[in-house]
Design a protein around this ligand. Structure first.
Ligand SMILES: [Fe+2]
Length: 366
């Protein structure tokens, strides 16, 4: 087996995991997995088991939430995420039967069967909330997922992202997904010179979040946006952090060609037929492989009352069947080995305190 990986594919990849076009999926439901009704009984029993033990997310593990048959379905989903299209929506979960606390516990319990949840921010939150807090996106300490603003295509720092919709916005807030390989192929056809730029390192802002112990103290790190390793295109992309890294004197200025390459990437992602758009409904689960699928959401209008506002739960998961990552991921992800706990954002809090971390909101700030 040849272990020498080319820096980038020699030609567009015609058949590759994670390669799809929104136009081929938009009018079909082959990417929607119907929640199997016979799994409901198992989930109800598992929930009773939690209640009897006085357990709540995120303070329980897989053994505390047994799913004798549904767990094998979840494992099949993992295969689809790594070797198939790289995402799916699970629809039809009867969320109306459950309280918000139940929903959190169910989401956490399902996540336990799909891998290891990771810290999503410097506070060590393992179970995150995507919710409009009425905050101003223009303030430097506000993260976009706490506002109604549009999120442009990006990925998160983990093998998988899992979202569960508890409440929809009043209007807008469409989820959008796009295939990284489909975009890379298009750039390769149109401007191979610009594609080469994307396979070179970019400097990325850490936004005040610290590095791992062996990463050093620099407030930024460098990584290519695209890598080609073991026959797979693997992406790490969050443009806002590339742009804000420019505030550091030690970071080389972005070149005109780098900016042109990023602009072309974003433009193709938004061309008709590339992305898939859908509205998440309460009870929907959206699950995507971050390395080959980027996500975004459109801006939305929300209800004044916090209790009615758009509200999603989020997990970042290290998956047991994850791909081997290109060597450039080692510093930021801790290891490139497949199937290992890797990624996430190193928490500032003591490790022992992380177990209690569900992201809470201070209503007095809303
Ligand atoms: Fe994200």
């Amino acid at each position: 087996m040849d272990n020498v990986s080319p820096a980038m594919p020699a030609a567009p990849l015609l058949a590759n995991p994670g390669l799809w076009h929104g136009a081929d999926l938009q009018d079909s439901d082959e990417w929607i997995f119907r929640f199997p009704s016979d799994a409901l009984g198992e989930i109800e029993v598992a929930l009773q088991h939690l209640r009897q033990g006085g357990l709540r997310a995120p303070n329980f593990g897989k053994a505390d939430f047994p799913l004798p048959r549904f767990s094998s379905v979840l494992l099949q989903m993992l295969e689809e995420l790594e070797h198939g299209r790289g995402f799916f929506l699970m629809r039809g979960f009867p969320i109306g039967k459950f309280t918000e606390q139940d929903a959190e516990d169910i989401f956490w319990g399902l996540g336990q069967h799909m891998g290891i949840p990771l810290s999503q921010n410097a506070d060590g939150h393992l179970l995150g909330r995507v919710r409009n807090l009425g905050l101003d996106i223009n303030k430097s300490n506000v993260r976009a997922y706490q506002t109604t603003a549009e999120l442009i295509f990006h990925n998160d720092q983990s093998d998988l992202i899992l979202l569960m919709c508890l409440k929809q916005a009043k209007s807008g807030g469409l989820s959008r997904l796009v295939s990284v390989t489909a975009i890379q192929n298009e750039i390769q056809l149109r401007r191979p010179d610009l594609l080469a730029e994307l396979y070179q390192p970019f400097y990325i802002d850490r936004r005040g979040e610290r590095g791992r112990e062996d990463e050093g103290d620099a407030p930024y790190y460098a990584m290519p946006m695209l890598s080609y390793h073991k026959g797979l295109v693997t992406c790490r992309y969050i443009r806002g952090y590339i742009e804000s890294a420019q505030r550091f004197p030690g970071v080389p200025r972005l070149t005109a060609k780098q900016i042109e390459a990023l602009d072309l990437f974003d433009a193709i992602a938004n061309e008709p037929g590339m992305a898939l758009s859908f509205q998440m409904e309460p009870g929907d689960f959206q699950i995507a492989n971050n390395y080959c699928v980027l996500h975004s959401r459109t801006s939305f209008e929300d209800y004044p009352d916090l209790e009615r506002r758009r509200h999603l739960l989020r997990l970042w998961i290290a998956a047991p069947n994850s791909r081997e990552l290109p060597p450039c991921f080692k510093e930021r992800f801790g290891t490139c080995e497949s199937g290992r706990k890797r990624g996430g954002i190193p928490p500032r809090v003591e490790v022992g305190a992380i177990a209690d971390k569900v992201e809470e909101f201070r209503l007095d700030k809303v």
